[in-house]
Design a protein around this ligand. Structure first.
Ligand code: AMP
Length: 457
């Protein structure tokens, strides 16, 4: 019986994998330029790390964790997000003792959430994220948002909407919770089971409920904005001012509370609308936290971070036609015309690959027609034709597959000629029969030195 792929997971190969790599490289390079260092942490951690940090009231902890007992009887969980592991690692390795705080780190890797499988939602997916720990200025919050926004622009996203809110400091939220409980007191019995639990554990989470009837009730709930302390208001306004100064468009969204319990002060999400006006959902999100490091046993240092879903980025870019066929994009296709030509063709492939070119070659010699078709599929601009007649004179043919012109080239000069062609100096030193360029002439699209003009069948 054939094996099936687990529900909510997906295989990635070929062009898709290539695009994933490009997306990931762009994000990593950007984070590196902003001065972030990479951190790699285990895929599983002690379950308690997540229940304490992500929070008992979050859907992730209550319903979505892959928890198992290891052979030593310890409860372990496949990480449902990466921030908790990063905090644990900062504490385990005492990175907070570094004199140059904050610690600025980026991460990339798979995470696991037992969600109901639906379009664009997976049970294993990858997140790229950054965390700044030891934050003592709202400039860091602004920098993180800035990085996220720049990354999405560089990836090619057009209509990004930044939704932003302030959850205030702990005192602001405590007062707000009391007000929310008071407001929902008369409605909670009509609300969904999840909201009833949220009411007990963390009533803020009710605002995140996706049930339309509950959303209707929540519409008239008091807003957190009215409960912010003056210092929390000031902190938030400082960040908004920076966004204004740099013309990063945003919408303040009173209902934005985020799904994980550890956030305080500023929280944000990046939402995307396709080029034809279709709203496609959130592509990344993040926020500020004050207690997370202390919660996992470290000193009380504030932090701010964000995470992007790599699959989400890929799917949205694809939906909008921003990704093209990138994989079948060779510089050169080498075409051996007979088995006798294979050793030289192989040698050329080794040499040119070693010189940095992306080279395609097949060793089961096919007809010229089939080889030209293959070169077309590989999108190579140039073919190197290795035929016995030319080899007798120590030559090969370089054919420009777009211009449909070709030249014979001495084997020892192949790299120089190709370098010149790729550097845009097609006409320099290509002629192998005249010392001075001006003596050389072209005839019917072929250099004077081309002895053989292979017909394209
Ligand atoms: P979160 O960690 O829930 O704040 O999510 C951050 C980002 O991860 C979201 O904006 C999505 O891009 C992505 N994401 C979250 N859940 C999933 C999922 N089940 N499948 C794919 N991507 C996801």
């Amino acid at each position: 019986m054939p094996y099936t792929i687990p529900k909510g997971t997906h295989d990635i190969s070929g062009d898709e994998a290539f695009c994933y790599r490009e997306i990931e490289e762009l994000l990593q390079t950007l984070a590196h330029n902003y001065g972030y260092m990479e951190m790699r942490t285990p895929i599983f951690e002690q379950t308690e790390l997540f229940t304490r940090s992500v929070g008992e009231s979050s859907d992730v902890v209550r319903k979505e964790m892959y928890t198992f007992e290891d052979k030593g009887g310890r409860s372990m969980t496949l990480r449902p997000e990466l921030t908790a592991g990063i905090m644990r690692s900062i504490v385990s390795n005492k990175l907070y003792t570094n004199p140059d705080l904050p610690i600025k780190s980026w991460y990339l890797g798979p995470i696991f959430r037992y969600e109901r499988p639906q379009a664009g939602r997976y049970r294993q997916f990858s997140q790229f994220g950054i965390e700044v720990v030891g934050v003592d200025s709202p400039y860091y919050d602004a920098e993180v948002i800035f990085l996220g926004y720049s990354a999405l622009k560089m990836l090619g996203f057009g209509n990004i909407e930044l939704r932003i809110n302030s959850l205030g400091d702990k005192e602001s939220r405590d007062q707000y919770r009391v007000a929310l409980k008071e407001y929902f007191k008369d409605h909670i019995n009509e609300m969904c089971e999840d909201c009833q639990k949220r009411y007990e554990i963390n009533p803020l989470r009710i605002l995140d409920c996706k049930v339309p009837e509950d959303q209707e009730i929540a519409k008239n709930a008091p807003v957190l904005r009215d409960y912010l302390s003056s210092s929390a208001k000031e902190y938030f306004q400082f960040i908004l001012n920076i966004l204004d100064n740099y013309e990063i468009p945003y919408v303040v969204d009173d209902n934005l509370v985020r799904g994980l319990d550890y956030y305080s002060q500023v929280v944000f999400e990046f939402h995307y609308t396709s080029n034809n006006g279709k709203y496609l959902g959130a592509v990344g999100a993040g926020g500020h936290y004050d207690n997370l490091l202390a919660e996992v046993g470290g000193p009380k240092l504030s932090g701010v971070g964000l995470a992007f879903g790599i699959e989400r980025i890929y799917n949205l870019l694809k939906e909008d036609g921003i990704l093209d066929n990138k994989l079948e994009n060779f510089d050169l296709t080498i075409m051996p015309l007979s088995d006798n030509c294979l050793p030289v063709a192989f040698d050329l492939a080794v040499f040119l690959r070693g010189s940095g070119y992306r080279v395609d070659i097949a060793y089961n010699v096919k007809s010229m027609k089939q080889q030209f078709k293959r070169a077309e599929r590989k999108l190579s601009p140039l073919a190197i034709i290795v035929g016995e007649d030319e080899l007798d004179n120590n030559q090969i043919i370089i054919r420009d597959l777009n211009q449909k012109t070709q030249i014979n080239v001495n084997i020892n000069e192949v790299l120089t000629v190709i370098d010149n062609i790729f550097n845009g100096h097609e006409n320099e030193h290509q002629c192998c029969c005249h010392e001075h360029e001006d003596e050389c002439h072209e005839h019917n699209g072929h250099h004077c030195c081309s002895k053989h003009h292979h017909e394209e069948e």
